[in-house]
Design a protein around this ligand. Structure first.
Ligand SMILES: Nc1ncnc2c1ncn2[C@@H]1O[C@H](COP(=O)(O)OP(=O)(O)OP(=O)(O)O)[C@@H](O)[C@H]1O
Length: 251
């Protein structure tokens, strides 16, 4: 059957637009006139040195921080204006709070209730994220990789069309990385929009369709990965291109 879930209306194709966003924290300019887009059906790798403004930008997209200037929209609407924000958008942030004494399953059940998602999504999201095998374990006993999988399962509870993932590869071993690559590729192939930050550039080079590279809160490169690499002239890896574009910007 060729009909995709998207055509059946379970999620919409949603474009993320960041338009001249600026954000200061006191004397620190975290994001500076930043504009880029992430398209549906693609994985957009979001790269930048430490402190370059990636998390701040993602928090602004998710309505967790407000920009001083500009706007971040999903299909033209700010996160707060979406009819079903928790269904439309899933996120993994480094700040995921999970009660240490809760089992993974109870954590997912709680978040399904809070997000207004159907109870059957708990088992589905656990299965999708490889959490089923340790669903009865308490959060405090989890390895870093297991925590990442639980965070992903939480993000997938609403079966969202948009995923904003801040360093989802953090702490994953090579098996975990290969598994994450397969999962994210599949989610994008289904027509979803994925914005994924990572410092694991070799991984992003395999994974990303498009890249957005920032330094000191400003855009330094944006476009299809192949074009960004080709613009560097001689054949170069994403890591080499990243290092030369962002030299001196790490904080
Ligand atoms: N709540 C905050 N209060 C004060 N400064 C902040 C706050 N959040 C971020 N910053 C500052 O804004 C800048 C951008 O930080 P941000 O966390 O967005 O960068 P990042 O690219 O995600 O970094 P990393 O790769 O290390 O996670 C940094 O200088 C950071 O210290």
């Amino acid at each position: 059957m060729l009909l995709s879930l998207e055509l059946l209306g379970r999620w919409r194709r949603v474009r993320i637009d960041v338009d001249r966003v600026g954000k200061r924290y006191g004397g620190v300019r975290a994001v500076d006139e930043l504009s880029f887009a992430a398209r549906p059906g693609a994985i957009t790798g979001f790269l930048g040195p430490n402190g370059s403004g990636k998390s701040t930008t993602m928090r602004i997209i998710l309505g967790l921080a407000s920009p001083d200037t500009g706007s971040a929209t999903l299909d033209g609407r700010r996160y707060a204006e979406l009819d079903h924000p928790t269904r439309d958008v899933g996120a993994v942030l480094d700040t995921m709070r999970a009660h240490p004494a809760m089992t993974c399953r109870d954590h997912l059940r709680l978040h399904a209730r809070l997000g207004g998602h159907a109870p059957h999504r708990v088992d589905e999201a656990a299965e999708q994220s490889g959490v089923t095998a340790f669903a009865q374990r308490r959060v405090r006993t989890l390895s870093t990789g297991m925590r990442q999988r639980l965070a992903l399962a939480t993000a997938l509870l609403g079966d969202p069309g948009v995923l904003v993932l801040d360093e989802p590869a953090n702490g994953l071993d090579p098996h975990g990385l290969a598994w994450l690559r397969d999962l994210l590729t599949r989610l994008a192939a289904e027509g979803r929009t994925l914005l994924v930050s990572s410092h694991v550039l070799a991984e992003l080079e395999v994974l990303a369709d498009d890249v957005v590279i920032i330094a000191d809160g400003r855009l330094v490169a944006e476009g299809p990965l192949r074009e960004v690499l080709a613009a560097a002239g001689e054949p170069r890896s994403l890591e080499q291109v990243f290092l030369s574009l962002t030299e001196g910007a790490a904080r």
